[in-house]
Design a protein around this ligand. Structure first.
Ligand SMILES: [Zn+2]
Ligand SMILES: [Zn+2]
Length: 236
């Protein structure tokens, strides 16, 4: 698995690499919130999934073209504007479907047009995903598949995508390097978020690399050692 991050200066850098694997992840920061949109590429089939295209879709389209891959689908972790604001336009552009998040986030997606104006984002359309996801589902693109974990707390319908083959998880705003998701939004729940992290994410393994919705990648093991909110031994 190779992970690259696209920067404004048109340079790439490598965050992690395993020579045995055949999946490439390119992070494209989008929206004024610098949300980590991930282009996840199955190298054997040259097909890709796009996780959380929050906006700036021309930048995503340009990167997809540069990679020369075919986009199979859009995957959404949760219904916040900076994660799914560009989903409908991108789905229409490629003629592909949207999978995720969990149905409990429908009320967020319905509010996209209003949120767009409030935060001065470019126009975000509301939509209904072709597939709502639940715990235990799998999503597929090319020859790759990822497991779906229901991780409510930051939003009530948040899901996380996990590639067991490549030991990488796309966790949206559940967990960050050194922090956790906000829970002061409508229907946010701090205790539920902590439970999601400890009961759904930690069992996936300390060695798992995760891509958060914002900021740098880390591993579950590093967060279990050092994250002040959820490290082992801390009670909240
Ligand atoms: Zn969020
Ligand atoms: Zn976010």
């Amino acid at each position: 698995m190779r992970m690259l991050r696209r920067r404004y200066n048109e340079r790439f850098y490598r965050l992690a690499r395993s020579d045995l694997s055949h999946m490439k992840v390119i992070l494209v920061p989008v929206t004024p919130f610098q949300q980590n949109c991930s282009i996840v590429i199955c190298e054997s089939s040259r097909r890709a999934a796009i996780v959380d295209p929050g906006g700036d879709i021309e930048r995503i389209i340009e990167e997809v073209a540069r990679q020369g891959v075919t986009v199979d689908k859009i995957l959404l972790t949760h219904g916040h504007l900076d994660h799914c604001g560009g989903a409908k336009a991108l789905a229409d552009h490629y003629g592909i479907q949207i999978e995720g998040p969990h149905r409990e986030d429908a009320f967020w997606i319905d509010q996209l047009p209003a949120q767009t104006q409030r935060f001065g984002f470019s126009n975000a359309e509301a939509f209904t995903p072709e597939r709502w996801l639940v715990d235990g589902d799998t999503v597929q693109f090319g020859d790759e598949s990822m497991e779906v974990y229901f991780c409510p707390g930051h939003t009530p319908g948040h899901v996380v995508f996990f590639s067991r083959a490549h030991k990488i998880a796309f966790v949206g705003d559940v967990l960050f390097a050194g922090s956790i998701g906000r829970t002061d939004f409508p229907r946010g729940n701090h205790a539920e978020l902590l439970r999601s992290i400890r009961e759904k994410l930690w069992p996936l393994g300390d060695e798992v690399t995760f891509v958060p919705g914002h900021g740098p990648a880390s591993t579950f093991g590093e967060e279990r050692r050092t994250n002040p909110f959820v490290r082992d031994g801390v009670t909240a």
